[in-house]
Structure formats: structure tokens, C-alpha cells
Write a protein that binds this ligand. Structure first.
Ligand SMILES: [Fe+2]
Length: 317
């Protein structure tokens, strides 16, 4: 048994993704995934999923290589933000306060033990759709369903690669107030992956061991759809649009997420996922530990884990 999440971090909010193919990546996120562009500055374009109540979900930045530059987490309140900043500073991993990106208030930047940069903030500007096609019929929806490409609903999780999983998981649990829901422990005792959550969604951040021994890299980011069937349609859409499909559609054994993995044109691995109705409600949830033998059986319905899952990360090394 482990303690329930502190709920000082409310949810995963946004990511900044780097791409050496900015025009093609922008096409992928708007036309294939169905995100909506919402402004830009310098080498970056802001994009949003239709269910995001905040201004943006993805900051896509032209760069000489791929990878994730930062991850944004929204705090539960101003007080929760202050409490987490004190804990991060005590852990020695703070960078400092800065102005947030457009729509985001004062932001505290820090790094996890593997060097991934994370933003934590409370103040945010709620999205107000302009008139026209973006305006939803129902006032409890942020934006009209785009009906374009996969039309992903929201950002679901970020899966980092890390040189050493254990200190990263401990940091998210002990300092940010998350909780490990599932993990993989190899026969020699190596902790090779951990799934952590901040609320009742069963995972928000994931750490997987980086077999190259590099630090600060990305395994994938995941966007979720409303249904499992949307993932099957996504595979057809990606096939027709010439998007590289790495593996799936299939169902994960761990977390039971229905999935499809593709590479966006900049090389970053993108998961299209559907978590079905799964939530972790138990305050005394018992961490699920998967063994090496269990992992060797592959995914839920027997699909073997594809070799490139162990070799492809961004930026490439
Ligand atoms: Fe994932």
C-alpha cells in the first residue's frame, strides 16, 4: 500500500515538443491528429485539443532535433503551488520563477532527477472560442469537435526515458505528490519502468529506463480519443496519410490502455490511446508489479513488444 496522491498537482496540462520538420509536424498535428492552431511566436506554434479548457495543449517548436523541451503541470491551487515549490527547492531541483507562456501565469520551472524540464503553475486563462466553426453547441465543452483526422480529445500522458527510473519515480511521488500505480521490476531487481498518477486517471507520467544510458529523453507522448474504435480509425487515417505506424492497434497489458504508436514527421513517437473507463479510485491502491517473465508474454492479447520500443527515443543519440 502507498499513500494516495496529495492532489497538489491537479493534472498534466501541456507539452513543448521539438521538431526538425516544423511544417510537416504542424501538418501532422492539425490534419492527422485534428488539433487546432491557436497563435504562435518565434519558432513556435501553439495548438490545442478540442477538450482542453486552457489556451493550449501543445507548443510545437522548430529546432535542430526532436524531443520534449518541457512538460506543464497545473497546480490544484495557489497554496498547492507554493507548497510544491518549497518541496522542489528543498530537493535541490528548482530552476526558478518565470513568466508563463501565453495564457499561463507565474510559472515555477524545475527539473526531474533525469533532467526533464517541468513547469508548475496555477493561474491560467480559460479558452474562449471565437465565433464560427470553433464554437461548441454546448456550454460545458471548450471547443467544437473538429471532425478532422483523428480528432484527439486531450493530452493523456508523457512517457519519459530516464537513465535511472527509481529517483525519478521517487521525485514524482515524494516531492510532487504523485503515486506509482504500476511498475516493471526485472529479475535482477532493476526498476525498468514506473507509471505515476496525480488524481484518479491511472497514470499521467511514466518513466522507462533509457537503454542508451542517455538523460532527458522522450519515449512518447500520448493523446487520448473517446473510444477504442477511434484508434482503429486512426490506424486507417495514418495509413492513408503515409504516417509511420510503429505498432498496434492492440491493448497494453500494463494499464490495459488500447493503443496505436506512430512517429510524427519530426521523429517523436506519438501514442494514440484510449484508456476505456479505467480509473484508480482506491485510496489504498496496491502498486502492481510486473515481472520480466510476465513482460515477455507481450501485450494483453499476445502482440510481442516491438524491438524499436527499446531503441527509438528522441532526440536520437
Ligand atoms: Fe503510453
Amino acid at each position: 500500500m502507498s499513500r494516495p496522491p496529495l492532489h497538489d498537482v491537479a493534472h498534466l496540462a501541456y507539452i513543448e515538443l521539438l521538431t526538425p520538420e516544423p511544417e510537416k509536424s504542424l501538418w501532422f498535428f492539425t490534419e492527422v491528429l485534428g488539433l487546432t492552431a491557436n497563435g504562435g511566436e518565434g519558432n513556435s506554434v501553439y495548438l490545442r485539443t478540442w477538450d482542453d479548457y486552457e489556451r493550449h495543449t501543445l507548443k510545437l517548436t522548430a529546432h535542430d532535433t526532436s524531443g520534449i523541451r518541457r512538460t506543464g503541470l497545473r497546480a490544484e491551487s495557489a497554496g498547492a503551488l507554493g507548497a510544491r515549490v518549497r518541496a522542489i527547492e528543498a530537493a535541490g531541483l528548482g530552476i526558478g520563477w518565470k513568466d508563463g507562456d501565453p495564457g499561463i501565469g507565474p510559472t515555477y520551472a524545475f527539473r526531474d532527477p533525469d533532467g526533464h524540464e517541468i513547469d508548475l503553475y496555477w493561474e491560467t486563462e480559460w479558452y474562449s472560442p471565437p465565433t464560427g466553426d470553433l464554437r461548441p453547441a454546448l456550454k460545458n465543452q471548450a471547443q467544437a469537435y473538429p471532425g478532422r483526422g483523428v480528432s484527439v480529445r486531450r493530452l493523456d500522458h508523457v512517457n519519459y526515458l530516464a537513465r535511472d527510473v527509481r529517483p525519478c519515480g521517487e521525485f514524482v511521488a515524494d516531492v510532487l505528490g504523485g503515486r506509482v500505480t504500476e511498475q516493471i521490476v526485472l529479475d535482477d531487481g532493476t526498476l525498468s519502468a514506473q507509471w505515476l498518477h496525480f488524481a484518479q486517471k491511472s497514470y499521467d507520467l511514466v518513466y522507462t529506463q533509457d537503454w542508451t544510458g542517455s538523460a532527458g529523453r522522450l519515449h512518447h507522448v500520448a493523446f487520448s480519443t473517446d473510444t477504442r474504435e477511434d484508434i482503429l480509425r486512426a490506424a486507417d487515417i495514418c495509413l492513408d496519410r503515409g504516417v509511420f505506424i510503429e505498432t498496434g492497434p492492440h491493448k497494453h497489458a500494463i494499464q490495459q490502455t488500447f493503443f496505436l504508436y506512430v512517429y510524427e514527421p519530426g521523429g517523436n513517437r506519438i501514442e494514440l490511446c484510449n484508456p476505456v473507463g479505467r480509473l484508480v479510485m482506491a485510496p489504498d491502491w496496491r502498486t502492481i508489479t510486473w515481472t520480466e517473465t510476465e513482460r515477455a508474454k507481450g501485450q494483453a492479447w499476445g502482440l510481442k513488444t516491438i524491438e524499436s520500443f527499446h531503441t527509438h527515443g528522441t532526440p536520437p543519440v
